[in-house]
Design a protein around this ligand. Structure first.
Ligand code: UDX
Length: 462
């Protein structure tokens, strides 16, 4: 999975001591990667259970390769964990902030309370020069405010630098994306002009990321606002690309065309590219949906709503994929879910993750359940999170149990366990061998040859 080579440790001189505040998907991975790069690292979180698990070398979520990385660095003594901010302030030359910025339930804006709490806890304890590095995804303008507050609260005052350093890791590839990033983006208060010497903050960041720079990651220094925008612009572009191909899928559905062939053909144009053109039930997860909504909310505050009005359509197309998939499932079981058993394969928002935040798969399963369907869900990794979100739905111990007696099978997350199924072997399990491929990830010819009624999204009916 990790195609890119790991960075070498050459280029790191005196040991820097690093804290990483927030130990979720982002922070835990970053802490382990920094330790792997040779630094002494202290992970900090307000959640004592999470910290206790991490200190034992256990990752409290599913991320391929992270357990091994964490365990080896905890064992080597380079990586420790605490809930104590005083210990963190005393320890760190650098403090990374990797806490969550979830969607605010009322306004759709980013909820910055965890960033504010982290700064509020740390800053009054900073008595010597250090650098605080924000990694959380925040609305443009946040870094400037955080810097003012940080320097006002810290006894060390202006000797505390603030850098904004957005994180672009993907779940499922978090380890590789952190050790060998596509690019490193650094936002500083006063970027140096051409020919001017580098600022202290830039020098520090070049030293921290020396292994990654040596590996070949481009290192880009810019002002705070641009660095904050890079992150939300990148996620908006990715979301737009997915919604574009899903809009094409809607047109294909109305015309009998095949969106997978269309995507293949346009993807050969290098200007378009074939990645992120997989049509299906759309995007979910802890980033893309909430980031585009927070970006729209921020644009409204800045008086530039019109510039991002297209994101409303991007979000709308994405939401429509879920409702139209539920409608298609209803049609396939004869117009009513009541009395019908629906097997849902996949609950995570994508494979190689146990994350069900804003998961299209789980959302569709729950909508069918609410409409009266007898829904049975299976996922190789996300069962515990799915059950916690929807305790009343039924969960299958294995794929066979899910398929047995089903009137319709939905494949909603393209785990290899599902794409690798032999349709002939499992054809006798359901009451009706009917499958709706919500990720266009199955071989139509094989499934049809094995006697299944196959429906994809944006693909011809027969
Ligand atoms: C995303 C960004 O990719 C990453 O750079 C950023 O740091 C965080 O947000 P992630 O949320 O891990 O990462 O998932 P990603 O791989 O981008 O997929 C997002 C969603 O889009 C998934 O639900 C996935 O199934 C869906 N998707 C992706 C499609 O529906 N079609 C595609 O072609 C690609």
């Amino acid at each position: 999975m990790h195609a890119r080579p790991r960075p070498r440790l050459a280029g790191v001189s005196a040991p820097l001591r690093i804290t990483v505040i927030g130990t979720g998907y982002l922070g835990a991975t970053h802490a382990a990667a920094m330790a792997e790069s040779g630094y002494d690292v202290l992970g900090v979180d307000v959640d004592a259970d999470k910290i206790a698990a991490l200190a034992r070398g256990e990752v409290p979520f599913y991320e391929p390769g992270l357990s091994e990385l964490l365990e080896s660095n905890v064992t080597a003594g380079r990586l420790r964990f605490t809930t104590d901010f005083a210990e963190a302030a005393d320890f760190g030359d650098l403090h990374f902030i990797g806490v969550g910025t979830p969607q605010h339930p009322r306004t759709n804006a980013a909820d910055l309370s965890q960033v504010e709490a982290a700064i509020g806890s740390l800053a009054p304890l900073l008595t010597r020069p250090c650098t605080v590095i924000g990694k959380s995804t925040v609305p443009v303008g946040t870094a400037e405010n955080v810097r003012t507050r940080l320097q006002a609260l810290a006894p060390a005052g202006a000797d505390v630098d603030l850098v904004w350093n957005p994180e672009f890791l993907r779940e499922g590839f978090a380890v590789a994306d952190t050790l060998t990033p596509d690019r490193i983006v650094i936002g500083v208060a006063t970027p140096s002009g051409p020919g001017e010497p580098r600022g202290r903050d830039e020098e520090v960041m070049r030293r921290v990321y020396a292994p990654m720079i040596e590996w070949g990651s481009p290192f880009l220094v810019m002002d705070y606002a641009t660095s904050e925008l890079v992150k939300v612009a990148a996620n908006s572009f990715l979301a737009t690309k997915i919604s574009f191909i899903n809009a094409m899928a809607e047109v294909c559905e109305a015309t009998g065309a095949d969106v997978t062939r269309l995507a293949e053909a346009i993807g050969y144009d290098e200007r378009i590219g074939s990645k992120f053109l997989r049509a299906g039930i759309g995007f979910g997860g802890g980033c893309l949906p909430k980031d585009i909504r927070a970006f729209m909310a921020r644009a409204g505050e800045l008086g530039v709503s019109d510039a991002l009005s297209f994101l409303r359509d991007v979000d709308g197309i994405n939401t429509r994929r879920r409702t139209s998939t539920v409608a298609l499932a209803r049609e396939l079981v004869g117009g009513r879910f009541v009395g019908k058993r629906i097997a849902v394969l996949g609950a995570a928002f994508k494979p190689d993750s146990d994350d069900v935040r804003d998961s299209p798969a789980l959302d569709i399963a729950a909508a069918i359940y609410t409409a009266g369907g007898d829904v049975i869900v299976h996922d190789p990794q996300a069962m515990a999170n799915a059950r916690a979100a929807y305790p009343k739905m039924t969960y299958a111990a294995d794929i066979r149990e899910a398929l047995t007696g089903a009137d319709l099978v939905l494949v909603l997350t393209e785990w290899p366990e599902y794409t690798g199924l032999d349709p002939a072997t499992v054809a006798a399990l359901p009451t009706t061998p009917s499958i709706l491929d919500g990720r266009n990830c199955l071989d139509i010819a094989r499934w049809r040859a094995a006697g299944w009624t196959y429906r994809g999204l944006g693909r011809p009916n027969a």
